[in-house]
Design a protein around this ligand. Structure first.
Ligand SMILES: Cc1cc2nc3c(=O)[nH]c(=O)nc-3n(C[C@H](O)[C@H](O)[C@H](O)COP(=O)(O)OP(=O)(O)OC[C@H]3O[C@@H](n4cnc5c(N)ncnc54)[C@H](O)[C@@H]3O)c2cc1C
Length: 377
């Protein structure tokens, strides 16, 4: 340990998929006298189990990890607070609780959110697909609705899911799974502005999921952009209404607005622009990873697989910046494995242009997810 390292301050802002491994491997830094502080308003919620948790395959507690416990284990301080502003010139972070946090090096992993403000009424009425904590609330809400206190079934509720991507389809299928587990009747509609579901996925995957949605009695309305959401119905841009009892917003993810307020270069869609070492292209003391950032000149997908891969590079580069050493380049993978949980005991594995559905795909996903979570428990 040298005098220059001791007492230097590292701020880890947000404990998402890109930071969990950074936090887990902080020990060499704290041992060297670096003051590491982790700030998050919540626990870590794992997206890989999110839809399985919604459908009742996993308990809610299986999907979350205490960041406080993890941080303490490696000698870091944990602040349960919300970051309201990052000032890279002064190297200070402002917190909703009224405090502030000065740093020498900071790393941002604030995730993404569903753009509720793009559709009138959505923010007041919908369950957003993210934060994942809200899916646990949706599960509890539906469970309560379909059960009277005396055990008699209630009127079958109608669930509307806005969106047509992988998240929307997984949510629809796992809500059906939850209803089956509760032995409850529900009607489910998925409304997407696109002319097909799962755009960006291979056509074979879209066909497989389309057929399954049909078999699971989930109505799909394509070319059905929602113009506004009223307390009991969504009004479509082309005319017409879809009545609902519960509405879920799963029409995409955007960077949190706070990223645009930092004053550093961002992409057209509001993500912090990074150099190959995962630092802001203009501010070398500010690192970032996950959905809230992207490489300069690249449109990285907003998926956990990318964030988790970045974590190893982030952990190394934070250590190298604070203790000395060569920085490592992040090289994004060109293909990645994604396994969708279809709620019926099967998974759909997608790899580039290939897709395959089966029980063993879900078993494989379960194995990978459990192995990932075990590292932090
Ligand atoms: C329902 C659903 C299922 C998904 N399933 C998959 C999947 O199976 N595989 C896959 O690869 N991807 C999946 N994704 C995508 C995946 O969730 C994201 O890509 C992933 O979460 C990105 O992780 P992250 O590191 O950017 O941030 P996140 O994991 O989202 O974490 C961000 C953290 O920052 C904290 N935070 C945010 N703002 C503040 C603030 N102002 N102050 C303090 N803390 C703050 C949050 O509390 C959170 O802990 C899914 C997404 C959804 C919505």
């Amino acid at each position: 340990m040298t005098g220059t390292q001791k007492g230097r301050r590292l701020a880890i802002l947000g404990a998402g998929h890109a930071h969990m491994d950074v936090i887990r491997t902080l020990r060499p830094l704290t041992r060297a006298g670096i003051e590491a502080t982790v700030v998050d308003q919540d626990d870590f919620w794992y997206s890989g189990l999110a839809t399985g948790m919604l459908g009742g395959q996993y308990e809610v507690e299986q999907d979350r990890i205490s960041v406080e416990t993890l941080a303490r284990r490696v000698g870091a301080r944990f602040l349960r607070d919300r970051v309201t502003r990052v000032d890279p010139a002064a190297r200070v972070v402002h917190l909703a609780g009224g405090g502030s946090l000065a740093y020498d090096v900071a790393s941002l992993d604030l995730g993404s959110c569903v753009p509720l403000d793009r559709v009138d009424g959505l923010a007041s009425h919908a369950f957003p697909a993210k934060p994942i904590r809200r899916l646990a609330k949706l599960r509890a809400d539906l469970t309560r609705r379909v059960r009277h206190g005396d055990g008699r079934p209630a009127q079958p509720p109608h669930i509307l899911i806005i969106g047509g991507g992988a998240t929307a389809c997984e949510i629809a299928l796992n809500l059906r799974a939850l209803a089956d587990r509760l032995d409850a009747e529900v009607t489910i509609t998925l409304a997407t502005s696109g002319d097909r579901i799962l755009s960006g996925f291979p056509e074979s995957a879209a066909r497989t999921i389309g057929a399954l949605l049909d078999r699971r009695a989930i109505a799909v309305r394509t070319a059905s952009a929602v113009d506004r959401v009223e307390p009991d119905a969504a009004v479509l841009s082309r005319g017409g209404r879809i009545a609902y009892d519960l509405v879920v917003a799963a029409h995409g993810l955007v960077a949190p607005p706070i990223i645009g307020q930092i004053g550093l270069p961002t992409s057209d869609d509001g993500r912090l622009l990074l150099d190959p070492y995962l630092r802001s292209i203009r501010e070398p003391t500010l690192f970032a990873g996950g959905d809230c950032a992207t490489l300069d000149g690249e449109d990285l997908p907003r998926i956990g697989v990318v964030a988790v891969r970045q974590a190893r590079v982030l952990a190394h580069n934070l250590c190298a910046t604070l203790l000395g050493g060569r920085l490592r380049r992040y090289r994004p993978q060109r293909r990645w494995l994604q396994i969708l949980n279809l709620g019926d005991g099967t998974g759909l594995a997608c790899w580039g242009a290939f897709s395959h559905r089966g029980r063993c795909m879900l078993a494989w996903k379960d194995l990978l997810d459990r192995r990932f979570l075990r590292r932090y428990r």
